[in-house]
Design a protein around this ligand. Structure first.
Ligand code: AFP
Length: 339
């Protein structure tokens, strides 16, 4: 079954909105175009950095800018969008006046993990979709600053050995693999359900000295293995590409952490709420897992700015619950409520 057949089938069964289908088709077309740009690597002279920085103060890669343009051009004329928000653009993108407008908002990171591009390691695109009550006359921050529970769809494309699109419209998580021979995504992973327990964790361990005590304890207990409090062995992985990391935990369980720490606490964490944490938490919850900041459910965080950062803990429910409990205990101890 191709991606478009799957969407049409879902629409018939769920009686869902035709505009959403149009948007999800445009997003898939953008992902195919990004995949194509990545394919030839150094041969196409698309690797390396530009002189520019994005709003986060990160140096932009050539492909960050190319992927951003692809998403804008493929989606702006769909006729179903009110606005777009991208990691690579300071401000909200208003749909140009020559195109019809709709009531959807697309929020995306066009190329996540882009520091991996020059070394030919997997990268991805992440997207989140909001549905507004109607077509707004004016787009303000309030229009797009909606909590993750209001997402109507979310997904990512993973540009790895094969290109995959993983999508949820709130009815489970489904994975599609790009079939190069017909230029179409085909359904290969119907209804992905992640295991409740995990034997793998993913965290940038070079930041260990900055972690809060609950994260230090969680990792120390995992590393202690059979003779530690967990009584079993844990494996560790870190690709530094969130899409690849989340894809792994969706398929075989595990937990991914980018927590708040002493070094990043002034900015609220590392990963962005609207177009990284929210869509990934939506997918992970749809697959039976959990998404937390350590102190709150990610999907319930009320956003205050488009590029807001947030601590991220995603994965198998039993591991995320344990990490949450460690945070609660630590906070209660800090204020003297428990010893
Ligand atoms: P880039 O897009 O700048 O490479 O950042 C990738 C990312 O946002 C996420 O995909 C990784 O999980 C995380 O940052 C890696 O962060 P570290 O470089 O601190 O390991």
């Amino acid at each position: 079954m191709t991606y478009i057949q799957f969407l049409l089938d879902e629409r018939r069964r769920e009686d869902s909105d035709r505009d959403l289908l149009t948007l999800l088709h445009s997003v898939a077309t953008a992902c195919k175009a990004v995949s194509n740009s990545l394919k030839n690597g150094a041969l196409a002279d698309v690797l390396g950095s530009l002189e520019t920085e994005n709003i986060q103060g990160e140096t932009q890669k050539k492909l960050d800018v190319i992927a951003n343009d692809i998403f804008l051009r493929r989606c702006e004329f769909s006729g179903v969008l009110a606005a777009m928000v991208s990691e690579e653009m300071d401000e909200i993108y208003d749909i140009p006046s020559q195109f019809p407008k709709g009531r959807y908002v697309l929020l995306f990171d066009p190329l996540d993990g882009s520091s991996n591009i020059d070394i030919n390691v997997s990268v991805g695109s992440i997207f989140s979709v909001l549905r507004l009550p109607g077509i707004p006359d004016e787009i303000t921050y309030e229009t797009v600053l909606r909590p993750g529970v209001e997402q109507v769809a979310a997904g990512y494309a993973l540009y790895g050995p094969s290109t995959m699109l993983v999508l949820s419209t709130g009815n489970g998580v489904h994975g599609f693999t790009l079939d190069g021979s017909i230029g179409e995504f085909r359904l290969t992973h119907r209804n992905i359900v992640m295991p409740e327990n995990a034997a793998e964790f993913a965290i940038n361990a070079s930041r260990a000295n900055w972690w809060e005590p609950p994260v230090q304890k969680y990792v120390a207990d995992c590393v202690a293995g059979e003779h530690g409090p967990r009584g079993r062995y844990f494996n560790m992985r870190w690709i530094a590409s969130m899409v690849a990391e989340v894809h792994r935990i969706l398929l075989r369980g595990g937990v991914f952490l980018y927590p708040i720490d002493e070094e990043n606490c002034a900015s609220g964490g590392k990963l962005r709420l609207l177009y990284e944490a929210n869509p990934m938490a939506f997918l992970v919850e749809q697959a039976g897992g959990a998404g937390s900041t350590g102190r709150a459910r990610i999907l319930e965080v009320a956003p205050v700015s488009p590029h807001q950062r947030v601590p991220v803990i995603l994965g198998s429910t039993n591991e995320v619950d344990l990490i949450d409990r460690l945070h609660v205990e630590y906070d209660l101890r800090t204020v003297g409520i428990i010893a």
